[in-house]
Write a protein that binds this ligand. Sequence first.
Ligand code: HEC
Length: 193
Amino acid sequence: MFSHKKFLLGIGLSMALVFPVLADQHQDEAILVGEESFECITDMIPVRGFYVASLTDNLSETILVANSSKGGKYPPGSIVQLIPGEAMVKRSEGTNPITHDWEFFELDVDENGTKIRKRGYSDVTNRFGGNCFGCHVQAKPQWDLVCENNHGCQSIPLTDDMIRALQLSDPRCNPPNELGEVEKKLFKSLAMY
Ligand code: HEC
């Protein structure tokens, strides 16, 4: 005979089995990102003023998109950086549709390596309280949230020379990069980055 109790128990059990799977949907187990995923910025691949790398051995596709004059979607595993203390990493498709699967990182770097100060999706802010996603989402759709200086985002208070000084003085680089006099001076004035 049909047992009501067993039926309810059955539903309960299948929910218990199904729901953890749904809840985990936004976790990305295919691409793991930790402190060891980051390195001296000038050891990454330079593209115009920024740098790229790949955590999934898909570097050629990452570079292709970065160099495309029409834009495009960065492949999962792409790392993009402008300065040593901030990074965007493209996670597996569907990890976070709102940020187009970009995870934002605020990093602390020194001679010993990288520490992750903050990480997340639409809720990460930089040292000045600016929300990463809030600015990067302003990029025109074809640029996949990458701002550069002409993709439509609110600008940052750093000149190209300041950005270059920050890149060259990344303390993780071994051997350290040579800094010119102008860059040395600029770097001193940029200690807060
Ligand atoms: C006020 C707006 C603003 C905020 C806040 C902001 N960015 Fe950006 N970001 C920009 C702009 C504009 C550029 C391009 C600057 C250039 O190339 O001169 C940029 C460049 C970058 C780049 C290089 C690729 C690109 O988009 O050009 C990365 C990576 C990046 N930012 C990550 C972050 C992270 C991580 C945070 C938060 C911790 C953050 N940004 C906060 C506006 C912002």
